[in-house]
Design a protein around this ligand. Structure first.
Ligand code: AKG
Length: 272
């Protein structure tokens, strides 16, 4: 076994790049129940004759694991089968790692705090009813850079989970207010404006998001986004699948109607 000073030495010598890799790895595993299994795997590799790199991985994974335990204390229902229903096996597999949903990511009180800050701005705007070929119907939107201290902390939790160290979030956070009758047509966010990750909080209402493979429309999945949940869409889900928010008449998940009310999404993206 390693003594404490060796552990400290290892932690001190872990390079920024290596930590970033581990963090990225942690991200992939963060929302699935096999994190502990993964952690054990790294630990065993390092203790059974593993090299220094593996040892470093183990210790950096340990510290990240501890941080993660703090982060996720309030999160529930992170099993993909709870929020993801795919039409085909490939989609179920690829989206269960690239499209994560964290139920109850924010509390009722935190939802109220964000709403108190953004509602005065939204109320000044009119809902837009777009032409048939536009992506969004029945919406108003704004962007916000500066937040109250309390809301800044909530949004920092989103960024900590969504973006590994070294990945720069966009300074402006997108706020999209969809009317009860509003919906978002299938699209892929422009790569010119946004990097590999889209992380969105759902306020005021649940909804169903559908992801459809860009090149094969027979491949799709419905994603249940509950009120106060956070979704993190990255990589394959972000680039290879179009996403849409279904209108209220199609708002059904696993045969259950999901009542869709006015919904506000607060969306963090990273730099392209
Ligand atoms: O409301 C959402 O969560 C999704 C928004 C969206 O599709 C977009 O802004 O591109």
């Amino acid at each position: 076994m390693f003594n404490l000073s060796f552990k400290n030495m290892c932690l001190a010598t872990v390079s920024k790049k290596l930590r970033a890799q581990v963090f990225d790895h942690r991200y992939e595993k963060a929302s699935c129940h096999s994190l502990t299994v993964q952690h054990e795997f790294i630990k065993n590799a390092s203790l059974s004759g593993g090299n220094l790199r593996q040892t470093r991985l183990f210790y950096s994974a340990s510290s990240f694991h501890a941080e993660l335990q703090k982060d996720t204390s309030r999160q529930t229902n992170v099993h993909a089968s709870d929020y993801l229903q795919a039409n085909d096996e490939d989609t179920q597999i690829v989206l269960s790692t690239s499209m994560k949903v964290y139920d109850n990511f924010i509390s009722q009180e935190e939802e109220g705090s964000i709403l108190n800050e953004i509602e005065p701005y939204l109320r000044r705007l009119r809902y837009e009813t777009s032409h048939w070929d536009d992506a969004i119907h029945g919406y108003r939107e704004t962007e916000r850079k500066h937040w109250t201290e309390k809301n800044k902390q909530i949004l920092q939790r989103v960024k900590d989970l969504a973006f590994p160290p070294g990945v720069a979030p966009l300074a402006y956070i997108h706020i999209l207010d969809l009317q009860k009758t509003g919906y978002i047509k299938p699209h892929i966010d422009a790569v010119r404006f946004c990097g590999d990750t889209i992380a969105g909080l759902s306020l005021l209402s649940s909804c169903v998001m559908r992801l459809t493979h860009e090149k094969d429309e027979a491949k799709y999945a419905d994603i249940l986004l509950k009120r106060r949940s956070l979704y993190i869409m990255k990589n394959v889900a972000r680039y290879d699948y179009k996403h849409e928010v279904l209108p209220e008449e199609k708002s059904v998940f696993k045969g259950t109607v999901i009542p869709k009310e006015r919904r506000i999404s607060v969306i963090c993206r990273n730099e392209p």
